[in-house]
Design a protein around this ligand. Structure first.
Ligand SMILES: NC(=O)c1ccc[n+]([C@@H]2O[C@H](COP(=O)([O-])OP(=O)(O)OC[C@H]3O[C@@H](n4cnc5c(N)ncnc54)[C@H](O)[C@@H]3O)[C@@H](O)[C@H]2O)c1
Length: 283
């Protein structure tokens, strides 16, 4: 049974996962490579709690209790010690993730289970790097976790049934629906989503329509909550490029080739909302 956890990476997803866990009663320690990233992740969570209080969706006391369940710790060893679960939500790069998982495997208590929030990468490779592949699985939350009530759980080659059952119970305790995917590049959702987003970039690059019309057509015509370019700015273009490159490499077909416009925008640092500009500009 999970009572407390560490979330590694305090970016959009890590801070969001910490928040949804704290809202549902878990003690969470948030870790990142620099204190400033932890501070800004916690600050975003504080703003969200303040908004809930001002909109009378929770009392000040409830918000304070949730806030007090979230702490930051820049030392990875301290962050994962005495934790029942560790969820990693760092940059979508397999080599960096494997390196961090090797360290976590050395530091975390024996009983802890491990989840990676990767959008596409090999669970089995990270599981082996962690040194406890049977206790490892993919825990793919959606953005923002406090709103998106589903988790994709991904089984690696050696993930045990016990680990999967513990994770499903944990997911349910967060008020989430859960689905189970076998390990395959992109799992369920990103296998379908990334080629669609990539096609929208090709359409824009080829002048098929303006960005506004591409978004409006998909939003209204397909009844999606937002268009593909707006969604891309939410996700982060660097993250999408990592996933697209991985799908292309692993599945080996031209249809997964990342659009040159996506590459160009990532090189220009136009990563979406998190940098203030992607397909659109943000204050
Ligand atoms: N953005 C999305 O919509 C979304 C959705 C589901 C899953 N994901 C996945 O979640 C993960 C994180 O994505 P994000 O959007 O939060 O990215 P992000 O860029 O907002 O945050 C990544 C964080 O990881 C930190 N980091 C990098 N190396 C680290 C290390 N060695 N130790 C600790 N922290 C480190 C960075 O400093 C940064 O704060 C990725 O694997 C991504 O594919 C993203």
């Amino acid at each position: 049974m999970i009572k407390n956890l560490a979330v590694i990476g305090a970016g959009q997803m890590g801070a969001g996962i910490a928040l949804v866990c704290a809202v549902n009663g878990y003690e969470v320690t948030l870790n990142d490579i620099d204190q400033k990233f932890i501070d800004s992740g916690l600050e975003r969570n504080k703003k969200w709690l303040d908004r809930q209080v001002s909109k009378e969706r929770m009392t000040q006391q409830e918000a304070d209790e949730i806030w007090n369940r979230m702490t930051g710790e820049v030392d990875l060893q301290k962050a994962v010690s005495e934790k029942d679960m560790v969820i990693e939500a760092i940059i979508e790069n397999l080599d960096i993730k494997k390196d961090v998982w090797t360290k976590i495997g050395n530091y975390a208590p024996e009983h802890a289970i491990f989840g990676s929030n990767t959008s596409s990468l090999s669970i089995t490779e990270m599981a082996v790097a962690s040194g406890r592949p049977e206790k490892f699985l993919g825990t793919h939350f959606f953005n923002p976790p406090v709103i998106m009530k589903i988790i994709e759980f991904i089984k690696g080659y050696s993930t045990s049934q016990e680990t999967l059952e513990t994770a499903i119970e944990f997911g349910k305790s967060l008020g989430m629906k859960t689905v189970i995917a076998a390990e395959a590049p992109g799992f369920i959702v990103n296998r379908i989503l990334i080629p669609m987003l990539n096609e929208a970039y090709f359409a824009l690059q080829e002048g098929v329509a303006t960005k506004e019309d591409i978004d409006l057509a998909v939003k209204m015509g397909l009844n999606h909550p937002m268009g593909p370019l707006t969604l891309s700015d939410f996700i982060g273009l660097d993250t999408i490029l990592y996933i697209a490159e991985y799908l292309h490499k692993e599945l080996g077909e031209d249809k997964y080739r990342p659009c040159p416009l996506l590459r160009k925008m990532v090189r220009a640092g136009k990563l979406g909302r998190k940098t203030g500009e992607g397909f659109y500009k943000y204050d």
